[in-house]
Design a protein around this ligand. Structure first.
Ligand SMILES: NC(=O)c1ccc[n+]([C@@H]2O[C@H](COP(=O)([O-])OP(=O)(O)OC[C@H]3O[C@@H](n4cnc5c(N)ncnc54)[C@H](O)[C@@H]3O)[C@@H](O)[C@H]2O)c1
Length: 248
């Protein structure tokens, strides 16, 4: 995989899977925009990347705001000239029982996890259309495939929604040379599932045929492949990376 000269925006890149995605893209030559709501952590990540000689720029964004998304894209263009790759990774999880989810909580998770994917795609489109090429990868989830956790209906709805957006965009953007795919990770060792109890985590692990949570690098390598020329004939795909828990 060679991303030399390409510019990639990765949302939620300060830590976890997003950081892993930014790392592999940058190590293979990309200029990466580390877009995150947590600017302090994004700047720490930028510094760590720069120590390794990688090209990176931290940018603050709250992906639930379309104005912020617009600024994030402008900042990428100002720093590196264009946008070739977008990884829609930023997301939150909630562990709230059906009876207790409020309208505000529902709107918040839908805005962060799903609305952001639509609008970030919309805002990078002019740049990708102009050069008739682009790669977009969206982070869905096993929860979007199998209905998810009992206490996480909003989360699984957003992750299933991402699959719908991925397929809808793939059909409509192929004419511009844009590939858009999704990765659906199973439980991955990042801390996002900290809201679940210890016993839930234990029983979750027992259900994974490979017997463990995934590592961020094991998700990031699949994302990077989908961003690469080697995956040029893939679009609208949902790639399950879950240790054998669900076969699609
Ligand atoms: N870890 C898992 O088990 C798992 C499984 C399936 C899917 N996923 C998906 O992968 C993606 C990354 O998950 P992770 O485990 O690395 O999460 P994480 O919590 O470790 O990291 C998420 C990052 O997103 C940032 N972020 C959160 N809200 C934001 C906002 N409003 N605007 C901008 N940035 C924001 C956070 O600051 C953080 O840096 C998410 O979309 C998640 O749903 C994760």
């Amino acid at each position: 995989m060679d991303f030399t000269g390409k510019t990639a925006i990765v949302t939620g890149a300060a830590k976890g899977i997003g950081r892993g995605c930014a790392e592999i893209l940058a190590r293979n030559g990309a200029n990466v925009v580390l877009a995150d709501i947590n600017l302090e952590m994004a700047v720490e990540t930028e510094q760590a990347f720069k120590k390794e000689g990688l090209q990176a720029k931290a940018v603050q964004v709250n992906v639930k705001s379309v104005a912020d998304i617009e600024k994030m894209v402008q900042s990428a263009v100002r720093s590196f000239g264009t946008v070739d790759i977008l990884v829609n990774n930023a997301g939150i999880f909630h562990a709230t029982p059906i009876e207790e989810i409020t309208e505000q909580e529902w709107d918040n998770i839908v805005d962060i996890n799903l609305k952001s994917v639509f609008f970030a795609t919309q805002k990078v489109l002019p740049y990708m259309k102009e050069k008739k090429s682009g790669k977009i990868v969206n982070l869905s989830s096993l929860a979007g495939r199998n209905g998810g956790f009992t206490n996480g209906m909003g989360y699984s709805a957003t992750k299933a929604g991402i699959i719908g957006l991925t397929r809808g965009f793939a059909a409509r953007l192929a004419q511009y040379g844009i590939n858009i795919n999704a990765v659906a990770p199973g439980s991955t060792d990042t801390g996002i599932l900290d809201g679940l109890g210890e016993s839930e985590i234990r029983s979750l692990t027992e259900k994974i045929p490979l017997g463990r949570f995934g590592k961020t690098a094991e998700i990031a390598s699949v994302v990077a492949f989908l961003c690469s020329d080697e995956a040029a004939f893939m679009t609208g795909a949902v790639v399950d990376v879950n240790g054998g828990m669900y076969f699609g």
